[in-house]
Design a protein around this ligand. Structure first.
Ligand code: UD1
Length: 421
C-alpha cells in the first residue's frame, strides 16, 4: 500500500487542470448498457473507480476501449451477456448499483449484489428499488443479491422520492428511457451530474425534460442509439483544489472550473478567506491576508453545500480565528477525518451529526490514516499547511477520486511525494 508524504508550509502558485467528474462518469458509463451501439465519453478522469466500472461493464458483456491515455472511453454492448453484477466487483464501489436500472430496462432482468463503497453511513437502496417497483419490476433479496425482474418490460410511473437521492434519480431516469409511457420523478436530485446524464441520454435519443429541477419527466422510447458525450467538470475535485491555496497560501488557477457548479461552496470559501475570480480558462483562487475566518456550514443537497466537500472544509477551518460549526445532514457517519485531524493538533468536538471546530494557529505533521475518499484528501490539505511532515497512509482511497494528485499539487510548488509503504 502506498503512502503520501507532504511537507507543510509551502505556498501554492500556478495552475491545476480539473478533470471530468468521477460521479458523472460512474453513471454515464452504465448508460451505455441502454443501447447496442457504442457510447463514447470524452474528458474521462483516470481513476480506479473508472477501472472498477469498466471491469463491471465487461463482466456484463460490454466491450470497453480506452484511447488518449484513458481520457476517451468507448463502451459497446451489443448484447448484455450476464444478468449478474457480482459481489467481488460491486463490493469495491457503491456506484456499481447504477447498472441496475439500465440492465432491467434493456433485458427485463438484473441480479445485483448489494453494494459496498465508502464507509460513511448505512446508504440503503430502498428508493432505487421502490422506484423500479413502481415501474413494474418485481424485487427479491436472496443471498445478499437483489433479483429484479420485469419480464414484460418496465412501464412509466409517477414516483416521488422520499429523499432526492442522486443515485436513485440516475437509476430511475435511465430505466425510464426505455419504459413504455411517461415517467414523472418528483423530489428528484438536481445535482449537475444529473443534468450531465440527461444531456447524454438525450444525445442517445431519450426524451427527458426537467433535469436540474425537482420534477423530471421521461417519455420512454423504443430504442436508444450511440452518441459521443463530454463529461462535465468534476466540481468536487475543483472545490478541493480551490481550498488548497487558501489553506497553504498563494494563488492557483483552476483550469476548466466554473463557479456556478459550486455557488454555495464558493460563498463559504470567500467568507473563510478566499478571493475567487473568473478567468478565461476557469477560476483563480487567492488567499486573502490575515487568519482564516470561522464559517458555519450545513451540508445539503444541490444547490446547497456539498457533503463531498465537508471534510476538506473542516481541514481549512481547523486554522480559523474562532469556532465553526459543521452540520452533516446527508450521511450519518461522515466525520472520520476528525480524529485524524485531532492527531495533528486540531480542536474538533463531534456530537452526532455536528462538529464544532475551534481554530488553532498551527497544526503539526503526523502519521495519519485515510478512511474514505474525501476524508483522505482533507488530510493532504491539512498537511500542506501543517508544520513538518504529514504521512497519509492507505492512499488507495485517493486513487478512487483524484487523478495525479501528487503531480497536480507539485506543479504548484507543494512538496509532496508518494512512496510504497
Ligand atoms: C452520490 C455521490 C456521492 C455523494 C452523494 C451525495 C456518486 C457516485 N456518488 O452518492 O459522492 O456524496 O451522491 O451528494 O455519484 N438514501 C436512502 N435510500 C436510497 C438511496 C439513498 O436513504 O435508496 C440516502 C443515503 O443513505 C444518504 C442520502 O440518501 O443518506 C444521500 O444518498 P445519495 O444521494 O443516494 O448518494 P449516492 O448516489 O450514493
Amino acid at each position: 500500500m502506498d503512502k503520501i508524504i507532504v511537507e507543510g508550509g509551502h505556498p501554492l502558485n500556478g495552475s491545476i487542470e480539473i478533470a471530468g467528474a468521477k460521479n458523472a462518469c460512474l453513471t454515464l458509463m452504465p448508460a451505455a448498457l441502454l443501447t447496442d451501439e457504442p457510447l463514447t465519453l470524452t474528458n474521462v478522469p483516470r481513476l480506479s473507480d473508472i477501472a472498477t466500472m469498466t471491469q463491471l461493464l465487461e463482466s456484463l458483456g460490454s466491450e470497453v476501449a480506452s484511447l488518449k491515455d484513458g481520457q476517451v472511453v468507448t463502451i459497446a454492448t451489443e448484447n448484455i451477456t450476464s444478468d449478474t453484477a457480482d459481489y467481488e466487483i460491486v463490493r469495491k464501489m457503491r456506484a456499481s448499483n447504477l447498472v441496475l436500472g439500465p440492465m432491467l430496462a434493456r433485458n427485463g432482468k438484473a441480479i445485483l449484489s448489494l453494494p459496498g463503497g465508502c464507509a460513511i453511513g448505512a446508504r440503503p437502496m430502498d428508493i432505487h428499488l421502490s422506484g423500479l417497483e413502481a415501474m413494474g419490476a418485481v424485487m427479491d433479496l436472496r443471498d445478499g443479491y437483489i433479483h429484479a425482474d420485469a419480464p414484460n418490460g418496465l412501464h412509466g410511473a409517477e414516483f416521488e422520492l422520499h429523499f432526492p437521492s442522486v443515485g436513485a434519480t440516475e437509476n430511475l431516469m435511465m430505466a425510464a428511457t426505455l419504459a413504455s409511457g411517461v415517467t414523472v420523478l418528483k423530489n428528484a436530485a438536481k445535482e449537475p451530474e444529473i443534468v450531465d446524464l440527461a444531456t447524454c441520454l438525450r444525445a442517445m435519443g431519450a426524451d427527458i425534460s426537467g433535469d436540474g429541477t425537482e420534477i423530471i419527466t421521461i417519455t420512454g422510447v423504443a430504442r436508444l442509439h450511440g452518441a459521443t458525450h463530454r463529461v462535465v467538470c468534476d466540481r468536487i475535485e475543483l472545490g478541493t483544489y480551490m481550498i488548497a491555496p487558501v489553506i497553504a497560501g498563494g494563488s492557483v488557477e483552476l483550469l476548466g472550473g466554473r463557479r456556478e457548479l459550486l455557488e454555495a461552496f464558493c460563498e463559504k470559501l470567500e467568507q473563510a478567506g478566499a478571493v475567487i475570480e473568473d478567468t478565461d480558462a476557469g477560476l483563480r483562487v487567492t488567499r486573502r491576508e490575515g487568519r482564516i475566518q470561522p464559517v458555519d456550514i450545513k451540508t445539503e443537497v444541490h444547490p446547497g453545500f456539498p457533503t463531498d466537500l465537508q471534510a476538506q472544509m473542516m481541514a481549512l477551518l481547523a486554522f480559523a480565528d474562532g469556532s465553526s460549526v459543521l452540520e452533516e445532514t446527508i450521511f450519518e457517519n461522515r466525520f472520520m477525518h476528525a480524529p485524524e485531524l485531532l492527531r495533528m493538533g486540531a480542536q474538533i468536538d463531534v456530537q452526532g451529526g455536528t462538529a464544532t471546530v475551534s481554530g488553532v494557529t498551527e497544526l503539526k505533521g503526523a502519521r495519519v490514516m485515510a478512511t474514505d475518499l474525501r476524508a483522505s484528501v482533507s488530510l493532504i490539505l491539512a498537511g500542506l499547511a501543517a508544520s513538518g511532515e504529514t504521512t497519509v497512509a492507505r492512499v488507495y482511497h485517493l486513487d478512487r477520486g483524484y487523478e495525479q494528485l501528487v503531480r497536480k499539487l507539485s506543479a504548484c510548488g507543494a512538496v509532496i511525494r508518494r512512496e510504497a509503504d
